[in-house]
Design a protein around this ligand. Structure first.
Ligand SMILES: Cc1cc2nc3c(=O)[nH]c(=O)nc-3n(C[C@H](O)[C@H](O)[C@H](O)COP(=O)(O)OP(=O)(O)OC[C@H]3O[C@@H](n4cnc5c(N)ncnc54)[C@H](O)[C@@H]3O)c2cc1C
Length: 512
């Protein structure tokens, strides 16, 4: 019997599957579609998601398959244009990927699928979840496929099955919000003659609306987004796309052909009232839908899955199932924020003359998302700095190990484990107690240059050769941080108290 049933193999379900596979949790991942989705849909992978991909070991493939810093070309009614540069922000010591990568969703999914296959997992296409019976002890899921129907018993069911989620309906979660019938777009991947591929082209006709054409890296196609009025023809045919392009641009030399994927999009701004109903969870679009402005949808779904995966694995290993309540406590406020953000950005997109379709701010990067109010955030220092338990664990370059190799902190975090990060001296006994109690946790000491590296040969020691760690992590005269498997600081203390650490490890399901 598999432990977890993942319904839906979009970016959310695939990320969850990778997270379970890497931890050896048995699962099935089913998708009602006959094969992988072929459209570009979400094309902006945000900096925080790139950090998830780093931990999964696929960030280089994603970055090398995409585009970064593509400038906007805002076309004007007189046939001229205004170029809006989008310089790539400089790399910061704490943020290795400061800009989103533009890459079609089907390719992001293909890279995730490749990782899943390398971990031994496989999507079962052509298999739909049609019903489920949920008790306190198990879930009985009914699946339909070409060969008939199957009933399977599982410990957990996770609905990653998109905006029209069957799982959400089965467990009767509310999906609260609004449908904006007046906000509609034709979206599609088409071949375009008459525009260059070095810009993201935007037209905003006097009468309102917009047309955007973004070249899709590694293909010959562009993604077209055309906001249409209530009376506009809304069938996503090549003829309609061509007609609208001529009307919005005032040009007949732009010729469209070979539609790889087309769709009519309507604005739905909704989210669930709960993320969990007993043994059932929802994640990604099944839990929240909103406008594409700000490029948040897929990213939020991937982060949902990344939050849930290690917790499900910990509970399967015997941790208290109350750990799983922290999933909703942490992710529901994020969904609420993303709905507000994308609605605000959609209004700017429709009204502004120069702003592009994907705003790039600290907010849209998702780097600032924090779980300080979570039951898993134990901030125990009397005078913490700006970085606190619940925050994203930032990167640090220039950490030199015993062999003289220079590492980044993200090199230390990479993989499925949690990390105890001890700054300064005198943490040996606390680390010994913590590591003896924990499973799937490792420890690293970070010392300032000039402090003698202890010869005890136990915990690996890194020297903060560029002093970035002391500025970014603000450990003062010494601090111990615990970094969760999803790259979030769970625990921060400066009292060299092993009991406090073991308490946190238990709450986080990382120790018995
Ligand atoms: C036209 C359009 C444009 C968009 N543009 C952007 C953008 O620019 N930026 C952005 O961030 N987001 C954008 N989005 C949103 C983004 O594509 C979604 O947020 C993202 O796909 C969500 O991923 P997911 O894995 O949660 O769900 P999905 O990608 O919807 O995947 C759900 C999967 O579940 C499967 N499924 C459904 N029901 C069942 C069932 N009963 N049994 C088994 N399988 C089932 C489906 O076949 C599907 O493969 C756009 C969406 C659309 C439609």
């Amino acid at each position: 019997m598999s432990t977890v049933m993942i319904v839906g193999a979009g970016p959310t379900g695939l990320t969850l599957a990778c997270e379970l596979a890497v931890r050896g949790v048995s699962f099935r991942i089913v998708d009602s579609a006959e094969g992988p989705f072929a459209g570009s849909r979400a094309k902006g992978v945000q900096p925080r998601t790139l950090e998830v991909f780093d931990r999964l070991g696929i960030v280089d493939e994603i970055v090398s398959s995409g585009l970064v810093g593509l400038p906007y070309r805002q076309h004007t009614a007189d046939g001229g244009f205004l170029d809006v540069p989008r310089p790539v922000p400089a790399q910061r010591p704490d943020v290795p990927w400061p800009a989103p990568v533009l890459i079609p969703q089907w390719r992001t999914e293909a890279v995730l699928r490749g990782r899943l296959e390398a971990l031994g997992g496989r999507v079962e296409y052509g298999t739909a979840l049609v019903d489920a019976e949920v008790t306190n002890d198990a879930v009985r899921a009914k699946l339909e496929h070409a060969g008939g129907t199957d009933e399977v018993e599982l410990a957990w069911l996770v609905g990653c099955d998109g905006g029209r989620s069957t799982v959400r309906r089965i467990v009767k979660l509310g999906f609260l919000g609004e449908t904006h019938e007046d906000m509609r777009m034709l979206v599609g991947d088409l071949h375009v003659e008459g525009v260059d591929r070095a810009h993201w082209h935007v037209w905003r006709p006097e009468g309102g609306g917009f047309l955007a054409m973004a070249p899709l890296a590694g293909t010959e196609a562009f993604q077209l987004q055309i906001a249409i009025g209530p009376k506009s023809p809304d069938s996503p045919t090549l003829e309609n796309f061509q007609q609208l392009v001529e009307r919005y641009t005032g040009r007949s030399d732009i010729r469209l052909s070979r539609p790889d994927w087309t769709s009519l999009w309507r604005a739905n701004v909704r989210m669930v009232d709960r993320y969990r109903a007993g043994r059932v969870f929802v994640a990604g679009d099944a839990a929240h839908v909103h406008t594409p402005a700000g490029g948040q949808g897929m990213n939020t779904g991937i982060q949902d899955a990344f939050n849930l995966g290690w917790k499900l694995a910990a509970v399967q290993r015997g941790a208290d199932s109350a750990l799983l309540d922290s999933y909703e406590a942490e992710r529901l406020p994020v969904a609420r924020h993303v709905l507000e953000l994308s609605t605000r950005l959609a209004a700017t997109t429709l009204s502004s003359k120069t702003q592009g379709l994907i705003a790039r701010t600290e907010d849209t990067s998702q780097l600032g998302i924090s779980y300080r109010e979570s039951p898993l955030a134990h901030e125990l220092r009397s005078a913490p700095g700006s970085l606190r338990a619940g925050d994203r664990a930032p990167d640090v370059p220039g950490l030199v190990d015993r062999e003289g190799r220079s590492l980044r902190l993200f090199d230390v975090f990479r993989g499925p484990q949690a990390t105890l990060l001890a700054f300064g001296e005198g943490w040996g006994p606390v680390l010994d107690v913590g590591l003896a109690a924990a499973a799937g946790v490792h420890a690293v000491r970070v010392l300032s240059p000039g402090i003698a590296v202890p010869e005890d040969g136990g915990t690996p020691t890194l020297v903060d050769s560029l002093n970035h760690a002391s500025t970014i992590w603000e450990p003062g005269t010494g601090a111990l941080f615990a970094v969760r498997p999803d790259g979030v600081i769970g625990f921060a203390d400066d009292r060299r108290d092993p009991v406090a650490l073991v308490t946190w490890l238990r709450v986080a399901g990382l120790a018995r």
